[in-house]
Ligand binder design. Structure first.
Ligand code: IMP
Ligand code: MG
Length: 180
Protein backbone atom coordinates (compact mmCIF):
# COMPACT_ATOMS: atom_id res chain seq x y z
CA UNK A 1 0.00 0.00 0.00
CA UNK A 2 1.32 3.40 -0.83
CA UNK A 3 0.11 6.97 -1.36
CA UNK A 4 -2.50 7.51 -4.02
CA UNK A 5 -3.55 10.64 -5.87
CA UNK A 6 -7.28 11.15 -6.58
CA UNK A 7 -8.12 14.35 -8.46
CA UNK A 8 -6.44 17.18 -6.47
CA UNK A 9 -5.93 15.21 -3.23
CA UNK A 10 -3.34 12.79 -1.94
CA UNK A 11 -4.36 9.88 0.31
CA UNK A 12 -2.24 7.62 2.53
CA UNK A 13 -2.99 4.07 3.76
CA UNK A 14 -5.14 3.96 6.87
CA UNK A 15 -6.96 0.63 7.38
CA UNK A 16 -6.06 -2.59 5.65
CA UNK A 17 -8.74 -4.83 4.21
CA UNK A 18 -7.95 -7.60 6.75
CA UNK A 19 -8.54 -5.21 9.65
CA UNK A 20 -11.84 -4.00 8.17
CA UNK A 21 -13.01 -7.58 7.58
CA UNK A 22 -12.13 -8.54 11.15
CA UNK A 23 -14.23 -5.62 12.46
CA UNK A 24 -17.11 -6.73 10.17
CA UNK A 25 -16.82 -10.29 11.54
CA UNK A 26 -17.37 -8.92 15.05
CA UNK A 27 -20.43 -6.87 14.00
CA UNK A 28 -21.90 -9.89 12.19
CA UNK A 29 -21.40 -12.07 15.29
CA UNK A 30 -23.30 -9.59 17.44
CA UNK A 31 -26.07 -9.20 14.88
CA UNK A 32 -26.38 -12.98 14.49
CA UNK A 33 -26.82 -13.44 18.21
CA UNK A 34 -29.35 -10.56 18.43
CA UNK A 35 -31.44 -11.89 15.53
CA UNK A 36 -31.01 -15.59 16.28
CA UNK A 37 -34.29 -17.49 16.02
CA UNK A 38 -36.30 -14.42 14.96
CA UNK A 39 -39.60 -15.43 13.40
CA UNK A 40 -39.94 -12.41 11.11
CA UNK A 41 -37.76 -11.56 8.11
CA UNK A 42 -36.03 -8.23 8.75
CA UNK A 43 -35.10 -5.90 5.90
CA UNK A 44 -31.36 -5.29 5.49
CA UNK A 45 -31.26 -1.83 3.94
CA UNK A 46 -28.09 -0.85 2.10
CA UNK A 47 -27.56 2.90 1.87
CA UNK A 48 -26.14 3.49 -1.59
CA UNK A 49 -23.62 4.22 -2.83
CA UNK A 50 -21.14 4.13 0.03
CA UNK A 51 -22.38 1.08 1.95
CA UNK A 52 -22.31 -1.28 -1.02
CA UNK A 53 -19.06 -3.05 -0.11
CA UNK A 54 -19.74 -3.11 3.63
CA UNK A 55 -23.26 -4.54 3.15
CA UNK A 56 -21.95 -7.19 0.74
CA UNK A 57 -19.35 -8.34 3.28
CA UNK A 58 -21.80 -8.16 6.18
CA UNK A 59 -24.53 -10.17 4.49
CA UNK A 60 -22.15 -13.02 3.63
CA UNK A 61 -21.70 -13.44 7.39
CA UNK A 62 -25.35 -13.31 8.52
CA UNK A 63 -27.03 -16.58 9.37
CA UNK A 64 -30.65 -15.47 9.88
CA UNK A 65 -33.13 -14.90 7.05
CA UNK A 66 -33.33 -11.29 5.82
CA UNK A 67 -34.55 -9.42 2.77
CA UNK A 68 -32.09 -7.15 0.97
CA UNK A 69 -33.22 -3.66 -0.08
CA UNK A 70 -31.50 -0.41 -0.97
CA UNK A 71 -32.01 3.28 -1.39
CA UNK A 72 -29.75 6.09 -2.46
CA UNK A 73 -29.12 9.36 -0.64
CA UNK A 74 -26.59 12.10 -1.05
CA UNK A 75 -25.25 14.75 1.31
CA UNK A 76 -21.54 15.10 0.61
CA UNK A 77 -19.84 17.34 -1.97
CA UNK A 78 -16.08 16.79 -2.21
CA UNK A 79 -14.79 16.34 1.35
CA UNK A 80 -17.64 18.04 3.27
CA UNK A 81 -21.26 17.48 4.16
CA UNK A 82 -23.61 19.99 2.50
CA UNK A 83 -25.90 19.74 5.53
CA UNK A 84 -28.87 18.77 3.38
CA UNK A 85 -29.72 15.17 2.62
CA UNK A 86 -31.35 14.30 -0.69
CA UNK A 87 -33.08 11.08 -1.56
CA UNK A 88 -31.71 10.23 -5.00
CA UNK A 89 -33.48 6.88 -5.49
CA UNK A 90 -36.39 5.79 -3.35
CA UNK A 91 -36.61 2.63 -1.39
CA UNK A 92 -37.09 -0.54 -3.46
CA UNK A 93 -38.98 -2.67 -0.95
CA UNK A 94 -41.76 -2.55 1.62
CA UNK A 95 -41.01 -1.83 5.27
CA UNK A 96 -44.55 -1.44 6.57
CA UNK A 97 -44.80 -3.53 9.74
CA UNK A 98 -41.24 -4.82 9.27
CA UNK A 99 -38.02 -4.64 11.26
CA UNK A 100 -35.25 -2.81 9.39
CA UNK A 101 -31.46 -2.88 9.79
CA UNK A 102 -29.93 0.18 8.13
CA UNK A 103 -26.41 -0.50 6.77
CA UNK A 104 -24.29 2.62 6.32
CA UNK A 105 -20.66 3.11 5.34
CA UNK A 106 -20.03 5.90 7.83
CA UNK A 107 -21.89 8.06 10.33
CA UNK A 108 -20.27 11.48 10.42
CA UNK A 109 -22.56 14.35 11.55
CA UNK A 110 -25.46 11.88 11.66
CA UNK A 111 -27.63 14.04 9.37
CA UNK A 112 -28.01 11.27 6.75
CA UNK A 113 -28.99 8.68 9.35
CA UNK A 114 -31.45 11.06 11.02
CA UNK A 115 -33.07 11.61 7.62
CA UNK A 116 -33.28 7.85 7.03
CA UNK A 117 -34.76 7.10 10.45
CA UNK A 118 -37.48 9.68 9.81
CA UNK A 119 -38.10 8.34 6.31
CA UNK A 120 -38.42 4.72 7.51
CA UNK A 121 -40.64 5.62 10.47
CA UNK A 122 -42.99 7.38 8.06
CA UNK A 123 -42.88 4.32 5.80
CA UNK A 124 -44.16 2.24 8.75
CA UNK A 125 -41.10 0.27 9.91
CA UNK A 126 -41.77 -1.19 13.37
CA UNK A 127 -38.23 -1.37 14.70
CA UNK A 128 -35.12 0.17 13.18
CA UNK A 129 -31.54 -0.82 13.99
CA UNK A 130 -28.62 1.33 12.88
CA UNK A 131 -25.49 -0.45 11.66
CA UNK A 132 -22.47 1.43 10.39
CA UNK A 133 -19.03 0.30 9.30
CA UNK A 134 -17.41 3.50 10.59
CA UNK A 135 -18.27 6.25 13.06
CA UNK A 136 -16.62 9.63 13.57
CA UNK A 137 -17.54 10.15 17.26
CA UNK A 138 -15.93 13.61 17.44
CA UNK A 139 -18.41 15.00 14.89
CA UNK A 140 -21.51 12.99 15.76
CA UNK A 141 -23.97 15.29 17.57
CA UNK A 142 -27.35 13.59 17.18
CA UNK A 143 -29.11 11.60 19.84
CA UNK A 144 -30.31 8.49 18.03
CA UNK A 145 -28.84 5.17 19.09
CA UNK A 146 -26.23 3.50 16.92
CA UNK A 147 -26.70 -0.21 17.48
CA UNK A 148 -23.71 -1.63 15.60
CA UNK A 149 -20.37 0.05 14.80
CA UNK A 150 -17.51 -1.87 13.23
CA UNK A 151 -14.91 0.84 13.94
CA UNK A 152 -14.66 4.39 15.31
CA UNK A 153 -12.23 6.72 13.54
CA UNK A 154 -10.91 10.30 13.96
CA UNK A 155 -12.49 13.19 12.08
CA UNK A 156 -10.42 12.94 8.89
CA UNK A 157 -11.67 12.46 5.35
CA UNK A 158 -11.22 8.89 4.16
CA UNK A 159 -11.96 6.85 1.05
CA UNK A 160 -11.98 3.28 -0.20
CA UNK A 161 -14.05 0.19 0.66
CA UNK A 162 -17.12 1.87 -0.86
CA UNK A 163 -16.36 5.42 0.26
CA UNK A 164 -15.56 8.03 -2.39
CA UNK A 165 -14.03 11.39 -3.08
CA UNK A 166 -16.27 12.98 -5.74
CA UNK A 167 -17.39 9.47 -6.80
CA UNK A 168 -13.85 8.13 -7.20
CA UNK A 169 -12.04 5.55 -5.07
CA UNK A 170 -15.01 3.38 -4.10
CA UNK A 171 -13.40 0.19 -5.42
CA UNK A 172 -10.23 0.39 -3.30
CA UNK A 173 -10.12 -2.65 -1.02
CA UNK A 174 -8.26 -0.82 1.75
CA UNK A 175 -9.22 2.49 3.38
CA UNK A 176 -7.07 5.59 2.84
CA UNK A 177 -7.01 8.90 4.72
CA UNK A 178 -6.41 12.33 3.24
CA UNK A 179 -2.79 13.48 3.58
CA UNK A 180 -2.53 16.54 5.86
P1 IMP B 1 -23.38 12.51 7.71
O1 IMP B 1 -24.74 12.77 7.14
O2 IMP B 1 -22.66 13.78 8.03
O3 IMP B 1 -23.41 11.57 8.89
O4 IMP B 1 -22.50 11.88 6.57
C1 IMP B 1 -22.73 10.61 6.15
C2 IMP B 1 -22.42 10.39 4.70
O5 IMP B 1 -21.40 11.25 4.21
C3 IMP B 1 -21.89 8.99 4.58
O6 IMP B 1 -22.94 8.13 4.25
C4 IMP B 1 -20.84 9.10 3.51
O7 IMP B 1 -21.44 8.80 2.28
C5 IMP B 1 -20.40 10.53 3.54
N1 IMP B 1 -19.12 10.67 4.28
C6 IMP B 1 -18.94 11.07 5.55
N2 IMP B 1 -17.66 11.09 5.90
C7 IMP B 1 -16.97 10.66 4.81
C8 IMP B 1 -15.56 10.44 4.54
O8 IMP B 1 -14.66 10.62 5.37
N3 IMP B 1 -15.27 9.98 3.28
C9 IMP B 1 -16.22 9.76 2.33
N4 IMP B 1 -17.54 9.95 2.55
C10 IMP B 1 -17.92 10.40 3.77
MG1 MG C 1 -23.13 6.75 2.80
Amino acid sequence: MKEIQILDKCFVPYLKEEEILKAIDAVADRMNSDFKGCDDVPVLLCVLNGAVMFTAELMKRLDFPFEFASLKIRSYEGTHSTGTVNLVNGFNGDVKGRRVIICEDIVDTGASMEFLLDYLEHAGATDIKVCTMLLKPDVFRKNFKIDYVAKSIPNDFILGFGLDYNELGRGLKDIYVIKQ
